[in-house]
Design a binder for this molecule. Sequence first.
Ligand code: SF4
Length: 357
Amino acid sequence: MIAKQSLLDFDRQQLADVCQSIDVPTSHANTIYGKVFRYGQLDVENTVNVPKKLLAWLDENTEIHLPEIISQQQSEDNTQKLLLRMDDKRDVESVIIPGAGRITQCISSQVGCAIGCEFCLTATGGLTRNLTTAEMMSEVFIAHRVLGEYPRNLVLMGMGEPLHNYEHVAKFVRMVTDERGMAFSPRRVTISTAGLVPAIYRMLEDDLPCSLAISLNATTNEVRNQIMPINLKYPLESLLKAMQDYVAVRNRKRILVEYVLLAGINDSEEDAKRLVDLVKPLNSTVNVLPFNPFPGSKYQRPSDEVVDMFSKHLNDAGLVAVIRRSKGREISAACGQLKTEVNERAVQLLAKRSAKA
Ligand code: SF4
């Protein structure tokens, strides 16, 4: 038996192609697409005013499976961490973060991650596989079920490096921003990358309708090489050049810069000064994220005084710097802490790394 394709993998054009192939007016693609993606109604078989021929084709060739919610943890600040089991029994996490009038969902794009940032719990297990577009869409549908509506913002900052899974992520971005579907504003969909420079240029060439965030975390190659091995391949100079080119082509659209503060590593006044020099020409907003230690991590969280000093320095220099005292800390839903479990292997691996350092 041929496996059915997930209907959540079909964009509007693909549905129109289906209509054309079975000789049904392509306008019916909009009806099906709107029902599923705009209103979150997944019972396609009951769609009225659509030719039976199209419904029969969809029934025969497609299916919709949402992942199972394996666990749902809620922190004191109402951040919810959902552990989702995909059809092949692989688990990923998706986090729903409350905010004043705007709920943000942090989407995972891979099972695990190959990038190997030293401060990141997700990195400890390596990469298992990419998520498909349908699986990422299903994360949003799960949020819709939990919240009774779609979240306001989507940030691809969960498990995985989104630009390492470019094809599926690009299609996801186009689908969630389709005005006949979920209709997220491109400003409210953000891809966060550790710095895959060629893929940043590809985003530009493809004119991907979304915002960009760069996980920078260091102001010298020496430190960035140490905490983010991707810097050995794409050093700061090439990353900053890509950021400048992005801003220039995107008509001075701002890039969000994320900076995880690690005590004694990248949190000095000199670091703050260098950060100003690096990002001020880009007019970037900086998210200052004090590190949240997890069992086995070799880095520490800076004191509140250091965090305040660091961001004050950025603000005094005219940058917009926001301290994100990560929500959901007690349920490990904070930045760089998504992993299905803090397992023995991860802790041993981190202990080994610390011993080597
Ligand atoms: S911080 Fe992001 S890119 Fe780096 S290892 Fe973790 S998930 Fe991957």
